[in-house]
Design a protein around this ligand. Structure first.
Ligand SMILES: C[S@@+](CC[C@H](N)C(=O)[O-])C[C@H]1O[C@@H](n2cnc3c(N)ncnc32)[C@H](O)[C@@H]1O
Length: 270
């Protein structure tokens, strides 16, 4: 049987679960949204592009602060959700566009701001996404990223590097079991390297831990019960750096764990 291409998998997974992302608390109300606006300090006359917008929550957070924002995504059903939310809030300056993060259909130097939140871990070629972001930014423009990271020294200090590398593999396997369209979450060190390699200047990084409810996390992607059982076993069996990273908690039937978001702000040289 031939393997399904990564971008087809993304469209299948998110196409089938688009409505859940419109209301998902982690996406609609996550602390990194307000923090991103605070760190970016958008200008009233800015043109902004949100890449892999999902149900549009990041574009919606910036819409009141900029002249225009284009909410772009690979999955048409997600763009429909984003357009519905923009209309319900009366944001006439927010439009949607079909776009692959790795091959943006926009001219060079079109935007003052490019945002991308909780999505690059789905992209097969993250360096291509960063290079495209740089290309469509004006000189001096801002690249603002939020993504779940894999464990390394920055999130989970005090473990040997080989154990951290195994924990990163275990974390990505955990995500991929829940959502087959998950590619790989980079570590903080890998993001720092790839942002610099694309010719952007990193001006700020910080980490935001995110408390996750296991049942809700499974429900958002309609995970089949047999897979829920396997995921639960991965949490109950977590040890060492993997356990230190995910910090699973068990309270009767209620299971929680923690993910770590990296917030990174970079500039295109003027
Ligand atoms: C978790 S959702 C994004 C959440 C959203 N950015 C927010 O702040 O709420 C991930 C999105 O990435 C999109 N996506 C995945 N791969 C993509 C690619 N190569 N290009 C554009 N969008 C992509 C999916 O269609 C999905 O809508």
């Amino acid at each position: 049987m031939s393997e399904i291409a990564p971008k087809t998998l993304v469209q299948q997974q998110f196409g089938a679960n688009a409505a859940a992302y419109a209301t998902s608390a982690v996406h609609a109300k996550g602390a990194s949204l307000a923090r991103l606006v605070e760190l970016v300090k958008p200008g009233k006359d800015w043109a902004a592009l949100d890449i892999a917008t999902g149900a549009g929550h990041t574009a919606l957070a910036f819409a009141p602060h900029v002249r225009e924002v284009i909410a772009s995504d690979l999955t048409p059903e997600m763009l429909d959700e984003a357009a519905k939310l923009a209309a319900s809030k009366g944001y006439a300056n927010m439009t949607t566009a079909a776009a692959d993060a790795e091959k943006l259909p926009f001219p060079d130097a079109r935007f003052d701001l490019v945002t991308c939140r909780i999505a690059p871990h789905h992209f097969p070629d993250i360096p291509a996404f960063i290079r495209e972001s740089r290309r469509v930014l004006k000189p001096g423009g801002t690249f603002a990223l939020v993504d779940n990271v894999s464990p390394d020294e920055a999130t989970t200090a005090g473990f040997p590097s080989a154990e951290l590398a195994s924990a990163a593999d275990a974390y990505n396997a955990f995500e991929k079991k829940r959502d087959p369209s998950h590619g790989r979450a980079l570590t903080t060190a890998e993001w720092t390297r790839d942002i610099a390699a694309a010719g952007l200047q990193l001006v700020h990084t910080e980490h935001a831990p995110k408390a996750m409810d296991f049942a809700t996390w499974c429900k958002t992607m309609k995970v089949p019960e047999a897979t829920v059982v396997e995921l639960r076993a991965m949490l109950t069996g977590a040890k060492g750096a993997f356990a230190a990273f995910l910090k699973p908690t068990f309270d009767g039937d209620k299971i929680g764990f923690t993910l770590d978001e990296l917030i990174a702000i970079a500039r295109k040289p003027a």
